[in-house]
Design a protein around this ligand. Sequence first.
Ligand code: OGA
Ligand code: MN
Length: 290
Amino acid sequence: MKIKGFTEGFGGEITDLDLAEEGTLETAQAVQDVMDHYGVAVIRDQRITDQQQIAFSRLFGQLEFSPHFGRGDKDLVRMKFPELFDVSNLDEHDNILPDTDRRRVYRAANLMWHADSTFQPHGAGYSLLSARIVPASGADTQFADMRAAYDALSASMRERIEGMVVEHSTFYSRSLVGYQFTEEELKRRTATRQFLVQTHPRSGRRSLMVGSHASHVVGLPVEEGRALLKELGEFATQERFVYTHKWKVGDLLLWDNRCTMHRATPFDDTAERRDLRRTTVVGDLPLVPA
Ligand code: OGA
Ligand code: MN
């Protein structure tokens, strides 16, 4: 396995590794060391099956189940395993989703900066995204280094936000893209609280946790808290903190949701196909005391 940094501290590339042959615990631990430093890394040229992706991902911890699984959703036709999140623009017949399909709006939410599952009590650890079909142009995924962004804040801002608690909810983020919730979905409506400043359990580095699911700051007037979250989000996603991933088929991209944010970028999604599949490790964010 060879490692090369795209930048000094954020974004790395792993080559000379074949997960179909070497998807062992030792490999996972070596990859985790790379992640501690780079936050996001790509393993190139992996022609792995869904089962191999799931098996390798499990070595990093317990996996999340896709909320679609077991609910009779049509998405089940493409994804045969509950651990797989369908990150494509395809329907159950592998056709490009029509303009009117509500799943298109759901996926449009990925265009906003976010970390995965910050609306879950413990957030998410690593996400692993496998590229099966990529469009000829566009559809890059961008990453922001929330550790470097935190380090670059003014001392007075760091002092101001220390100990602040933020409410995160997928209902908030989806409402931002005009998603129409079903009655069923509204019944499952929940929110969770996360610290605005996180400390990484492995590297000990501090980072900002904001993004599209972050609705408001607990204890501040909603608009004041939103303005602060917006300011921090814009600060953290300046070009100097961002790595842009250009996909190749066979890329297995990993990122650490505890200290990075990401977003999809647009492409001609009514004409071109994109098929990526994500596995997500359940996180270990500290619970916020009530
Ligand atoms: C994701 C995600 C971005 C993209 O899979 O969690 O946000 O570019 N993907 O598809
Ligand atoms: Mn995501």
